[in-house]
Design a protein around this ligand. Structure first.
Ligand code: NAD
Ligand code: LMR
Length: 331
């Protein structure tokens, strides 16, 4: 029996993400919570003849508590998206308190759940969730994930295009480490598997496209929001990976995700490579029954990639601190 809860389920990401989770046959209960429209989304999705029983919840009458109670996995795409001209950090003022309040609910009603944070700015919202769970005495860093899968998905697609094999994108695996905004997104093209020969101009262009892929969608949507459908795909893929590993359906599940580097011993080695005291980074992880089982080294990098990592670290420290101090100042 696996209960999955989506918080922000009626939104641009929430609806297709809920649809994709309904297709995950490991899930037996699918709880859809939002401040608006979630009963309608739940009624619609509930007619699909896959195993999970779907229920929609709104804030009145303890809707958040009911949606969260018994949850094994909570996926959070709640909050506002960007418009053209905005950075993800510009979303902090609205989304920080939304995510903080959801984390308070998780601490009270689903303290053992895997928590997957999609809401931006991920670099800061993950530390917000961690600080709330710490305050409430229920923090397990192995169970908290910033979802950066969309960066990995984009990297495969863009590299396949650049390699002249656009229909072969599934085969190209590119580590993407760091954070989830602009220069904090660090694709390690030198580790692409299978190897691709790229000249420096193409590496520059691909790196920039992966780092700013989100802006491409924001611009194309022209004020109507940011990536929703590709994000739902990426979120459902990452949730499936967490559940496959936790249920034992798959052994040795390898993913990239933004985690607390204290969650596993290997994180200390990554932190020291990054210069000592960075708390969160998107890293290669092996997932297991209890979430993060192993944090792997970042692997060999070109001089160019070492430079990208330095820039990412410089930005990330402030993003992390901003999330942490927001919770420290909250009553
Ligand atoms: P959206 O506005 O379409 O949907 C957000 C939903 O959250 C809405 O239905 C809204 O009612 C709901 N919501 C607001 N406050 C809530 C609360 N307190 N509790 C529960 N639900 C609440 O936005 P979207 O396009 O789905 O994007 C959602 C978030 O995901 C944004 O912050 C966006 O920047 C982020 N995002 C992250 C990634 C990533 O790679 N991690 C990718 C795309 C978007
Ligand atoms: C993305 O990468 O598409 C998301 O983080 C949404 C955004 O604001 O770009």
């Amino acid at each position: 029996m696996v209960k999955a809860t989506v918080i922000g389920a009626a939104g641009g990401i929430g609806q297709p993400l809920s649809l994709l989770l309904k297709q995950n046959t490991l899930i037996t209960d699918l709880a859809l919570y939002d401040v608006v429209n979630s009963p309608g989304v739940a009624a619609d999705i509930s007619h699909i003849n896959t195993p999970s029983v779907v229920k929609g919840y709104l804030p009145p009458d303890g809707g958040l508590e009911k949606a969260l109670t018994g949850a094994d996995i909570v996926v959070i795409p709640a909050g506002v998206p960007r418009k053209p001209g905005m950075t993800r950090d510009d979303l902090f003022n609205i989304n920080a308190s939304i995510v903080r309040d959801i984390a308070v609910g998780i601490a009270a009603h689903a303290p053992k759940a895997f928590v997957l944070v999609i809401s931006n700015p991920v670099n800061s919202t993950v530390p917000i969730v961690a600080e709330v769970l710490k305050k409430k005495g229920v923090y397990d860093p192995k169970r908290l994930f910033g979802v950066t899968t969309l960066d990995v998905v984009r990297a495969s697609t863009f590299v396949a295009e650049a390699a002249g094999q656009p229909t072969e994108s599934l085969k190209f695996r590119i580590p993407v480490v760091g954070g989830h905004s602009g220069v904090t997104i660090v694709p390690l093209l030198s580790q692409c598997d299978p190897k691709v020969q790229l000249d420096q101009a193409t590496i520059d262009q691909l790196t920039n496209r992966i780092q700013f892929g989100g802006d491409e969608v924001v611009k194309a949507k022209d004020g109507a929001g940011s990536a929703t459908l590709s994000m739902a795909f990426a979120g459902a893929r990452f949730a499936a990976a967490v559940l496959d590993a936790a249920s034992g359906k798959a052994s040795s599940v390898h993913e990239y995700t933004y985690v607390d580097l204290d969650s596993e011993a290997g994180g200390k080695d990554v932190a020291s490579k990054l210069g000592g005291n960075l708390q969160y980074f998107s890293v290669p992880v092996t997932l297991g029954k209890n979430g993060v089982e192993k944090i792997h080294p970042l692997g060999g990098m070109s001089e160019y990639e070492e430079g990208l990592v330095k820039k990412a670290v410089a930005d990330l420290g402030g993003n992390i601190e901003k999330g942490q101090s927001f919770v420290a100042k909250s009553s």
